[in-house]
Design a protein around this ligand. Structure first.
Ligand code: ADP
Length: 899
C-alpha cells in the first residue's frame, strides 16, 4: 500500500489487480489486465518511486511501471519476469527486488542491474523482505536467516560484504514472513516471523573481532587416529602431538589420511569457516563448508607438500597467520632418488657396455678381416712360391731321367773298373739329386692336398729288405756295417709301398748320413701282437746321436740340429717330417730313442691290416737303386725281327724318343711320333702297334686325348697304352686311368721296370686278342660285335652271380670282382660302363638294392635287417641310396609294397 503525493492510496491486491482509493470521492479506481496495460492481476508489491512513478511488483510477471499522471502502465525493462515479493527503494536510489528467484539490485536511473556478491546462502533462494539501516546497509530475510549486505563505496565503484545471522545469533528458529521487515525511527529493525518479531539495532551490534588462529588437532591414517609415539609399519609418525610438529613423514602406501584442525576462537566456533590449500597439489585455496574442520587426502603421489590452513570467524574476520604443516609422502624404494640414480647408472652402464661391445666387435671384425686379407695374401704368395718350386722340380725331373736312364745303360755295358767308378759317382749323385727333388715334391704335395694312402696287400719283409738292399753299396763305400734282421721270413699285410719305402729310405739315408766310418746301421723287423697287431721297424745307428732337446723337434718341418763335426751332412729338414706324415697316414707311430749311449734308434710301428689281395707286388721305388739289376729277365721272347712286337713311342722330346729307341730297340720294333696327332695318323696305316707308350703333355694332341681316341675306336681299342708323365699326383693318374690307359708310369722310371711292364701288357693282350698279335690286325666288325655281345652277356651274368652270392658281405670290393672275372679293374670298369652305363661300384650297389627291394616286399625283415642282409653296414646310407634308386625311402616302400 502506498500513498502518493496527491493523497491517493494505492493498493496491490492478490487477485484483483491494482486499486486506487481517491480520498476526495471515497471511490476506488481499479486497474486490471482487462482495463489497463497491467500484465498480471496477482500483485505482490508496490513502490512509489517519485511523485509521478509507481512501481508494481507482480506475482509472476515481473515489475510494471505506472506513470501516475497519465495512468499508463508499462513493463520495467532489464529485470525479466520474476516473481516479486517486495520492492524497496534505498537511499542511493537503487531498486532492491526481493523475488522468489533471489535478490536483485537495480540502478533505476541507469537501467542497469548491479552485480552482487555470490553467496551460497543467497543465490537462487527466495528473499522474503528488505530493509535499509541508518548506515545505508541492506538487510534481507531468507527463509529463517537474516543477511546483512554492506554496501561499500570506493574509487572504483561499489563493493559488497555479506554476513549471515541465524538462530545461533539469537534469532527465532522460524521462517520470516513476506514483506515483514521495517526500520523504526531509532534505527531498530523489526523482522516478523512465524512466532513473532525479531528486533535488533544494527548500530548497537557488537562484532567478534578476534582473529582466529588455526591449530592442527589430529591426524588419521586409513580412518584410524594416529597416536603419538606409536609405530606404524616400523616407524613413529608423530613424535609429539600434531600441533607441535611441523612435518609429517608418510610412507608411499600411507596415502589415505585426514588432518583435522580447529581455532582458538571460542565464540560461535561452529560458524568458523576453514580455507585450505595443499601446496604441491592445489593451485587455489579451497573453502570448506561451515562446520567442517578436517580435510582428507587419498592417493597422493609421493612428494613434498605443505598443507596451509586459515580460518574465518563467525563475523567474517579471517586469520592473519596461516597454519602450515609439511607433509612428505616418501616414494617406495624403487622410486626413491637412490633408485633413480641406480637406474640411471645402470642404463648408462648398459649403454656404455653395448657401445664398447659394438666397438670391440667392429675392431675384432676389422682385425679378423685384416688377418684374413694378410693370410690370403700370404697364401697367394706361398702358392706362387710353391708353384714355382713345383715347376722347377718338374723341370729338374725330366732331364734327370734323361741322365739317369742312359747312365744305367752305360754302366751295364762298361766293364772298365775306373770308368765304372766314375760313372757310379755320377749315377749316385744324380740319384741323390732326384731323391731331393722327389722329397720336395712329396712335401709340396702334402702341403697342398695332403697325402693319400693307397693300400695294397703284400709281403712287407721282402719289400723292406729290397729297399735296404739299395743301401748296400753305400754301406760299403762308407765302411759302415749294415745289417738287416727279420724274425719272420715273410709277412703279408696291407701297406702303401711307396710311402713305407720312402719312410725306410729316409731313416736309412739319415742313419748313413750321421754315422761316421766304421759305425753300424741295423734294420730289424718284428711282429708285435698284443691287444693290437703291429709291425715294428727299427732303424738303429751308432752315429752322432740326437740330444734330448732335439728329439722333441726333429719331426717338425724344416727342423735341423747342429751337426757337430759333420759339415757334409747337410739337408733340408723335411725328411723326418715326411716320415712322420707317412707313418701317421698308416695310423702308425714313429719314435726316436738313444741307441745305448751312441747313436740313435728310430722305431716305426705300423698297425697290421689286410685288404683284398695285391694286384701286383709293389716295386721298389726309384731311388738309390744303384743299377744292380740286370736285364736278363727281360730277355727276348722271339728272335725273328719281323715278328718282334711293334711299339709306338710318342713324346715331344727328341732326346727322349732317341733314348727310348736305343733302349728298347733290341727287343722291339720301334716307331716314334712327336705328338698324339702324328701318332694317330700313323695308326691309320695297315700295321697297328702292339703297344703305345706315350707322354702325357705334348703339343697338338696330348697323351690323354690320344689314349681316349685309341680306346674309343673299335679298330684300336685292344691296343694297350702306357702313359708316361712327370706329374705324380693321384689326380692325373686317375685321369689317365679314366681315359682307359692300361698303365701309368711316372717319370723318372727305371727302364727295366718299364720294359717289364711293356712285356707283360703285350703278353696279356696277345692271350686276350690272339688275332691282334699276328700283326695283321684285320678285324671283321660284324661277327665280332655279335661275339662281343654274347661275351658281354656272359660277363654280366657272371658278375651278377658273383655279387649275388656275396651279397651280404659289405667288404665285397671292385678288385675282388675283377679278379674273379679275370680282368683288370680298369678293363672291367670300361666294359661295364659300355654295357650297362654304370660304374663298377654302382653296378654292385644296384644289385644289392634290387635284392633289398625284393626282401622288403616279400620278407618280414625290418629295414635295418634288410640293409645288413644286402651288405650295407650303415642303414642310413642304405636308405639314402635306396631313395636315390627308387625314389622312396625303404620304410615307405615296405609299407606300400609289403604284405
Ligand atoms: P735333414 O734333411 O736335415 O736330414 P731330417 O728331417 O731328415 O732333415 O732330419 C732332421 C734332423 O734330425 C737332421 O738335421 C739331423 O740333425 C737329425 N737326425 C735325423 N736322423 C738322425 C740320426 N740318425 N742321427 C743323428 N741325427 C739325426
Amino acid at each position: 500500500m502506498q500513498e502518493d503525493a496527491d493523497g491517493r492510496i494505492w493498493i496491490a491486491t492478490l487477485s484483483n489487480g491494482l486499486q486506487c482509493l481517491n480520498p476526495g470521492t471515497g471511490k476506488f479506481d481499479t486497474y486490471r489486465q482487462d482495463n489497463s496495460g497491467l500484465k498480471d492481476n496477482h500483485l505482490s508489491a508496490l513502490c512509489l518511486w517519485d511523485t509521478q512513478t509507481l512501481l508494481i511488483g507482480c506475482a509472476t510477471e515481473g515489475i510494471q511501471v505506472m506513470d501516475l499522471s497519465t495512468r499508463r502502465i508499462r513493463p520495467l525493462e532489464g529485470l525479466g519476469r520474476v516473481s516479486v515479493n517486495e520492492l524497496y527503494k534505498d537511499s542511493r536510489e537503487w531498486l532492491w527486488v526481493a523475488a522468489r528467484e533471489g535478490l536483485t539490485a537495480f540502478d533505476y536511473k541507469r537501467g542497469k542491474v548491479i552485480t552482487l556478491p555470490q553467496m551460497p546462502e543467497l543465490t537462487g533462494k527466495p528473499v522474503s523482505a528488505i530493509a535499509e539501516d541508518t548506515s545505508g546497509n541492506i538487510w534481507i530475510t531468507v527463509s529463517n536467516r537474516i543477511i546483512n549486505i554492506k554496501v561499500l563505496r570506493d574509487n572504483q565503484g561499489y563493493s559488497f560484504e555479506t554476513r549471515e545471522y541465524d538462530n545461533n545469533d539469537g534469532l527465532q528458529t522460524s521462517d520470516f514472513n513476506l514483506r515483514a521487515m521495517k526500520r523504526l525511527q531509532d534505527g531498530t529493525i523489526l523482522a516478523g516471523g512465524l512466532y513473532g518479531l525479531n528486533s535488533f539495532n544494527p548500530e548497537r551490534m557488537h562484532y567478534n573481532r578476534l582473529v582466529p588462529k588455526v591449530l592442527f588437532t589430529s591426524l588419521q591414517l586409513m580412518n584410524e587416529p594416529v597416536s603419538v609415539g606409536k609405530e606404524y609399519d616400523g616407524k613413529v609418525i608423530l613424535e609429539q602431538s600434531l600441533n607441535f610438529v611441523r612435518e609429517v613423514n608418510l610412507a608411499y602406501h600411507q596415502h589415505i589420511f585426514k588432518v583435522s584442525f580447529t581455532t582458538d576462537n571460542l565464540i560461535l566456533p561452529e560458524k568458523t569457516q576453514f580455507i585450505y590449500q595443499l601446496e604441491g597439489f592445489h593451485k587455489e585455496w579451497v573453502t570448506l563448508p561451515k562446520g567442517e574442520h578436517g580435510v582428507t587426502f587419498t592417493s597422493l603421489t609421493p612428494g613434498d607438500y605443505v598443507l596451509k590452513v586459515k580460518a574465518v570467524n563467525s563475523d567474517g574476520y579471517a586469520s592473519t597467520d596461516i597454519a602450515e604443516l609439511r607433509i612428505v609422502v616418501h616414494p617406495p624404494f624403487w622410486l626413491s632418488v637412490w633408485a633413480f640414480i641406480f637406474y640411471t647408472i645402470l642404463v648408462l652402464g648398459i649403454l656404455v657396455w653395448i657401445y664398447s661391445a659394438i666397438l670391440k666387435r667392429e675392431r675384432e671384425k676389422f682385425r679378423m678381416k685384416q688377418i684374413e686379407q694378410e693370410a690370403a695374401k700370404n697364401e697367394e704368395i706361398n702358392n706362387m712360391k710353391f708353384r714355382f718350386f713345383t715347376n722347377i722340380s718338374h723341370e729338374l725331373r725330366t732331364p734327370l731321367t734323361l741322365i739317369i736312364a742312359p747312365l744305367e745303360e752305360i754302366l751295364k755295358e762298361t766293364k772298365d773298373a775306373t770308368k765304372r767308378k766314375r760313372l757310379l759317382l755320377m749315377y749316385r749323385n744324380a740319384q741323390r739329386l732326384l731323391m731331393l727333388v722327389n722329397q720336395l715334391l712329396d712335401f709340396r704335395k702334402g702341403e697342398m692336398n695332403g697325402h693319400r694312402l693307397s693300400l695294397t696287400e703284400g709281403d712287407i719283409v721282402g719289400y723292406i729288405h729290397g729297399v735296404c738292399d739299395s743301401f748296400v753299396l753305400m754301406a760299403d763305400r762308407k765302411q759302415i756295417r749294415f745289417s738287416f734282421f727279420s724274425v719272420m721270413d715273410r709277412f703279408p699285410m696291407a701297406f702303401d709301398a711307396d710311402k713305407v719305402g720312402k719312410v725306410v729310405m729316409n731313416l736309412l739315408s739319415n742313419a748313413f748320413k750321421y754315422t761316421p766310418e766304421g759305425g753300424c746301421v741295423t734294420v730289424s723287423l718284428e711282429h708285435l701282437a698284443d691287444a693290437e697287431e703291429f709291425l715294428e721297424i727299427k732303424v738303429a745307428d751308432t752315429g752322432i746321436g740326437i740330444s734330448d732337446e732335439d728329439k722333441k723337434h726333429i719331426f717338425d718341418r724344416f727342423y735341423q740340429t747342429e751337426h757337430k763335426g759333420m759339415e757334409e751332412a747337410t739337408g733340408t729338414g723335411i725328411g723326418l717330417s715326411l716320415v712322420r706324415d707317412f707313418v701317421t697316414l698308416h695310423e702308425g707311430t714313429v719314435e726316436v730313442f738313444d741307441n745305448g749311449g751312441t747313436g740313435t734308434v728310430f722305431v716305426v710301428r705300423l698297425p697290421v691290416k689286410h685288404v683284398d689281395v695285391a694286384a701286383s707286388l709293389p716295386v721298389v721305388p726309384e731311388m738309390f737303386d744303384e743299377g744292380t739289376s740286370s736285364s736278363e729277365d727281360t730277355g727276348q721272347v722271339e728272335t725273328e725281327r719281323g715278328r718282334f712286337p711293334l711299339l709306338l713311342v710318342v713324346d715331344d722330346n727328341p732326346d727322349f724318343r732317341e733314348f727310348m729307341s736305343a733302349t728298347l730297340g733290341l727287343q722291339y720294333r720301334i716307331r716314334t711320333a712327336s705328338n698324339g696327332k702324328e701318332a694317330w695318323e700313323m695308326m691309320q696305316e695297315n700295321e697297328l702297334p702292339d703297344l703305345v707308350v706315350s707322354d702325357v703333355m705334348m703339343p697338338e694332341m696330348d697323351g690323354n686325348a690320344l689314349c681316349r681316341l685309341i680306346k674309343e675306336t673299335e679298330r684300336t681299342s685292344h691296343i694297350p697304352v702306357i702313359l708316361l708323365t712327370a706329374k705324380q699326383t693321384i689326380d692325373s693318374q686317375l685321369e689317365g686311368l679314366q681315359t682307359g690307359a692300361d698303365d701309368y708310369v711316372t717319370k723318372p722310371f727305371n727302364t727295366d721296370i718299364l720294359i717289364l711292364r711293356i712285356q707283360k701288357l703285350i703278353q696279356r693282350n696277345r692271350s686276350h686278342h690272339p688275332e691282334a698279335g699276328t700283326g695283321r690286325a684285320v678285324i671283321d666288325p660284324e661277327p665280332s660285335t655279335i661275339a662281343i655281345t654274347s661275351l658281354d652277356e656272359k660277363l654280366i651274368e657272371k658278375a651278377v652271380k658273383y655279387v649275388e652270392d656275396n651279397m651280404s658281405r659289405s667288404d665285397l670290393s671292385v678288385e675282388e670282382l675283377s679278379r674273379e672275372l679275370g680282368m683288370s679293374r680298369v678293363h672291367l670298369y670300361k666294359r661295364l660302363l659300355q654295357i650297362t652305363g654304370k660304374t663298377l661300384i654302382e653296378f654292385i650297389r644296384v644289385i644289392r638294392l634290387k635284392r633289398a627291394a625284393q626282401l622288403l616286399r616279400e620278407s618280414q625283415l625290418h629295414v635295418s635287417e634288410v640293409a645288413f642282409e644286402v651288405g650295407f653296414n650303415n642303414p642310413k646310407y642304405f636308405s639314402r641310396y635306396f631313395k636315390e634308386e627308387f625314389g622312396v625311402l625303404p620304410s615307405v616302400y615296405q609299407e606300400k609294397e609289403g604284405k
